[in-house]
Write a protein that binds this ligand. Structure first.
Ligand code: HEC
Length: 136
């Protein structure tokens, strides 16, 4: 009788364990801290129309497929990602320094690509400036 029971409970326990693991995979991304020297880095590119225009062109082509046209994390490729790309209109993003945005864009992590060597520092600062315009 005991063996008979475990034939049923075994798979149930397994299914429960697997669903817990998959819940964890879909959880909010872990905290991501930029090193102090990047956090306090001064943005050398002045904010304004010229920078926003350059940033927007790059963003729309390169970043919007995941981050969404207005930075809500709802791009066409976002659904296929394990981690939520973040909401650039909200406080969790907007309260970070320009240097933190620069660091994360340049070096990436996990599903967030690394743009070091693909985009110049100036390109990245233009992106950082443009992404400020998503603030609610
Ligand atoms: C393939 C999808 C994808 C593309 C393309 C992409 N990102 Fe990301 N991005 C992500 C994901 C996923 C995260 C969350 C990573 C994490 O927390 O581990 C992220 C995180 C970020 C963050 C940190 C957000 C925060 O709240 O701290 C910044 C900044 C960022 N991306 C900028 C960019 C820029 C700028 C581009 C284009 C040059 C870009 N990303 C292109 C997927 C992408």
């Amino acid at each position: 009788m005991r063996n008979f029971k475990s034939i049923f409970t075994g798979p149930i326990v397994l299914v429960l364990a697997l669903s817990l693991i998959s819940l964890n995979v879909n959880a909010q991304p872990k905290p991501w801290d930029a090193p102090a020297n990047y956090k306090s880095m001064k943005n050398p590119v002045a904010k304004g129309d010229a920078s926003n225009k350059a940033g927007m062109a790059l963003y729309t082509k390169t970043c919007a497929p995941c981050h969404g046209k207005t930075g809500l994390g709802d791009g066409v490729k976002a659904r296929a990602l394990k981690d939520f790309p973040g909401d650039f209109s909200g406080a969790a993003y907007q309260n970070q320094t320009d240097g933190e945005h620069f660091y994360k864009t340049k070096f990436g992590r996990g599903e967030m690509p690394k743009y070091e060597g693909k985009l110049s520092d100036e390109d990245i600062w233009n992106l950082v400036n443009y992404m400020r315009t998503f603030k609610k």
